[in-house]
Design a protein around this ligand. Structure first.
Ligand SMILES: Nc1ncnc2c1ncn2[C@@H]1O[C@H](COP(=O)(O)OP(=O)(O)OP(=O)(O)O)[C@@H](O)[C@H]1O
Length: 559
């Protein structure tokens, strides 16, 4: 039994891994991973596209192999024990707008670890001097170390790193590899992929993946160099060994020239429950807005610009019961409905796609999706409510809305608020579906057009073709427009509006005949359904790991 501090070490091995890609191609076949003892380093090498990342993901439990078995065993003899593990992806994925220390503090809180540990981890990785800098201003090598720092916060016992030295100059790469060796000497089992043969000299064990995911040679660096026809690692890249070939016998513990890192046990909060995650994520979203000034300015500024445009566009007095202007009153209400929809959609669309990689990474360890989505609503909801309220107050103050009882204005506000929330949920759902903010920008007009065309404002629902009527049922803007019309008493106004009013009453039929709360129920239902859809999309796109991090380090093994 091997125990590090209060934590047991972790042993990793795999046999006969075969992985099939979604398209049906076999990416890995017959791959054996030699047993990596606690506190040892395994380097995975191979040509570009050989399957190193895929194998790392299989070992980390992020992909299920078609055949074969991965064994991750805490060296306690307790089969139900789940070791803490970390996965550092190839890209340096950290919120770039945040100062490094702040980004790490939020990562620590999310994982239920002590944010007070952040300075120690930063110092260990030589990042203390740049702790206050926004992540986007760090060099490539510093960002790589920042990415590793995030995983170290939860003191993993098993650490996977995908090409940690890529993009670094040779001395920086060597420093990072030596750091990993020291980390291993403190009891962490380290597995990393690399394109740099020099990295392999630092490993306890090395395995090659031959082209097309076939098994390559494996063993200690010395054994492999003996095997190599020219005594270099480079000659082993294309070498294939028969399936089930001899595995590494391992080697005696390495005598490190540098002292191992301290292995003090981490201080964990009892759990990162949903409520705590929601609070941390809400704080982080607020902080992101604060540090990303341009986004904050657009968030606050765009409703102000739209409200100003509405104020300039509409004439005053169209709701005057003595001299109503029926067609103009319908247009005012439609554009209010569309404004509320647009605020919500424009806020929601950029939210997830810009940080999908971060979500994916956090999801592998601790992130729960409902707290994540609810944090977005918590931060953006009040801004939306404020924008909707301001829209109505300004238009009423300028006599673009009826001089009616408070209850009428409350009804209009409830409609715009629900329309905005439904659109926000639509925006979040589409944001989860696309991969890039640029794609989200392309989706914006595609989502807006049908909401204008099929809202029933320009072509009243009774006048639409059958297909259009069906589509209009799915348009939140239709229900918002009708609820606004009902709440503002559009039918009563039009009855007193002479021939023009009567014509409109005929063409709009029963559009405003139902009470506003019917529209509210539909809008609320749409918001819940779209938010659930966003959750489902995220669940599919951001899988959890089979050995997902348990911050209490005592949960059961997941199947
Ligand atoms: N999601 C996917 N769908 C289809 N093919 C994929 C997917 N992920 C990886 N592949 C393919 O599987 C093969 C192995 O990919 P992998 O990323 O593991 O290679 P790698 O050895 O890490 O390469 P590199 O060193 O260039 O990063 C590649 O041919 C890649 O195109």
């Amino acid at each position: 039994m091997v125990t590090i501090g209060e934590q047991p070490g972790v042993e990793l091995s795999a046999r006969g891994v075969e992985l099939v890609l979604p398209g049906g191609g076999v990416a890995l076949s017959g791959i054996d991973v030699p047993t990596v003892a606690p506190g040892r380093v395994l380097g995975i090498a191979g040509g570009s596209g050989a399957g190193k990342t895929l194998l790392l993901e299989v070992l980390a439990g992020l992909r299920a192999p078609r055949h074969g078995q991965v064994s991750v065993r805490a060296a306690t003899g307790d089969a139900g024990h789940v070791p803490r593990y970390g996965f550092v992806p190839q890209d340096d994925i950290v919120h770039r707008a945040l100062p490094l220390r702040v980004a790490l503090e939020y990562a620590a809180r999310l994982r239920g670890t002590d944010p007070g540990d952040v300075p120690r981890v930063l110092d260990e990785l030589g990042l203390g001097d740049v702790a206050g800098q926004p992540v986007r201003t760090l060099s490539g090598g510093q960002r790589k170390r920042a990415s590793i720092a995030i995983e170290l916060l939860s003191r993993p016992r098993l650490l996977f790193l995908d090409e940690p030295t890529s993009g670094l100059d040779p001395p920086a790469g060597a420093r990072l590899t030596r750091y990993l060796v020291r980390l291993a000497a403190s009891g962490v089992t380290v597995v990393f992929t690399t394109h740099t043969p020099a990295d392999l000299h630092h490993c306890d064990q090395v395995m090659f993946i031959a082209p097309n995911g076939r098994p390559g040679p494996s063993g200690t660096p010395a054994e492999l160099l003996d095997l190599s026809p020219d005594g270099t690692f480079e000659a082993l890249y294309s070498m294939e060994v028969p399936q089930g070939g001899e595995q590494s016998r391992g080697r005696a513990p390495r005598a490190s020239t540098e002292p191992p890192l301290p292995s003090t046990p981490a201080r964990f909060s009892p759990a990162t429950g949903r409520l705590r995650q929601w609070a941390v994520l809400t704080g982080r979203d607020l902080r992101l807005l604060r540090h990303d000034r341009l986004t904050a300015a657009i968030t606050v500024g765009s409703p102000l610009i739209i409200i100003t445009m509405f104020a300039l566009l509409f004439r005053p007095g169209v709701f005057d019961p003595a001299r109503p202007s029926p067609a103009a009153s319908a247009m005012v209400l439609f554009w209010i409905a569309f404004g509320a929809f647009f605020f919500g959609l424009a806020y929601g669309l950029p939210q997830i796609c810009g940080e999908l990689a971060v979500v994916r990474r956090e999801r592998r360890t601790v992130l729960r999706l409902w707290p994540y989505l609810l944090a977005k609503l918590t931060v953006l909801g009040p801004v939306l409510l404020l924008a909707d309220a301001l829209l109505l107050v300004v238009l009423r103050a300028l006599d673009r809305l009826p001089a009616a009882a408070m209850s009428v204005h409350a009804s209009l506000f409830a409609t715009t608020a629900l329309a905005s929330f439904a659109a926000l949920a639509l925006g979040l759902c589409c944001s989860a579906l696309v991969s890039e903010p640029s794609q989200a920008a392309l989706v914006l007009p595609l989502l807006c057009f049908p909401q204008v065309l099929f809202s029933g404002a320009f072509v009243p629902v009774p006048g639409m073709a059958a297909g259009g009527r069906w589509i209009s049922v799915a348009m939140t803007n239709r229900w918002a427009f009708e609820a606004l019309g009902s709440g503002a008493g559009l039918e009563t106004l039009w009855r007193g509006g002479g021939a023009a009013g009567r014509t409109l009453l005929d063409s709009y039929g029963n559009s405003f005949g139902h009470p506003a709360w019917v529209g509210w129920l539909i809008l609320a239902g749409c918001a819940v359904a779209l938010l659930t859809a966003a959750w489902l999309v995220l669940r599919r796109r951001c899988p959890t790991s089979a050995h997902r991090l348990s911050t209490s380090d005592a949960g059961p093994v997941r199947p």
